[in-house]
Write a protein that binds this ligand. Sequence first.
Ligand SMILES: [Zn+2]
Length: 380
Amino acid sequence: MLRRSALAAFVITVVLAGQSFAQSSKARNIIIFMGDGTGVSSLNAASIYGYNKPQSLYIQSFPGVALADTSTATQWVTDGGAGATAIATGVKTNNGVLSESSSAIKDQQDGEILKTLFEYAREHGLSTGAISNDDRQGVTNALTAAFFAHNNNRGKSGEIFEEMITPRNGGAGLDVAYSGGRKDVLRQVSAMGKDGAADLKSHGYVFVDSLDALKSIDANQTKVVMLNDDTDMPIKPAVDDAIARLSKNPKGFVLVVFSDCHTGKATTSLRRIVEMDNVVREVADAHKQDTMILWTADHSYDLRIKGEALTETLKKNEGKKITAAVSLEDEHTSEEVPVMAIGPGSDRVHGFISNTDVFHILMAAPGWQETTKHAAGGAQ
Ligand SMILES: [Zn+2]
């Protein structure tokens, strides 16, 4: 009996060791998909909108699933600035602020500079990129900007754009950045007495104004910025081009992709979730072996499917009419948002967590050590 149980223990040990080996493989790349406002209710509605049934989005099949609290350092309901800062730095701050501590006051006073995931990535020799379909602030929108800029006002697109080229915390700028918002962003840069196009050129970037123009840029050119005036920029061609260029770095890359899925128009918001979900499917098929792919949101908002109308719609098998049954009050809300992940490190995504834990999960995926202290923070 003793011998048999010893053998059993040995077998169990070997099996467990094998499992932990499989789970401890490190991510080479990280791709973060930020769906603005994509809380549980948005994902549910998007699945019904896109597929006429719940839980049919690709991300809803991910092995790593958690629910993240989104409160800020001082408020229960977050904006994109504090929400993205928590994910990009592991620290809760105040609404309106980008990657500065909670001593920052919006547009009045700086806080401590918080080290971002992109800054860690550069230290480790990785490339970085950002994509956004925001049609006003573009890549300087808070959801992407928190990864590379430190500003006490998320609205300062001009300053944020300059930080993208010459980071306030030192080091190199972003490698690739593709977004809408061309006119507004460049106007804000020139309001500072600067020339965005000239600044890009002097730092070695190729700067173009359309997704089509990316195709004509040499594949070995790895510093590229594209700003266009598209009010509904498709994510897929931007993601494909960015991954191709960022992949030239043998050490890997970190890419953040933002889609505005909280537009005030239910059909646009839900369609964009379905579209980005399809992009995630293709990216995961090609890269999940060595890439942690994570989708989360800065906050949820008050979009709900309610009432008998839904039953009527489903009976008629007219799923696209689902938006007739959607209640949209459009305010940000405080409840947890889903975090879904696949690829190396996704086994750490589970349970009820804080939005700041998303940062720690991302840092752990490639095995990076955090070199600055992170206050627990939060209005708990
Ligand atoms: Zn938002």
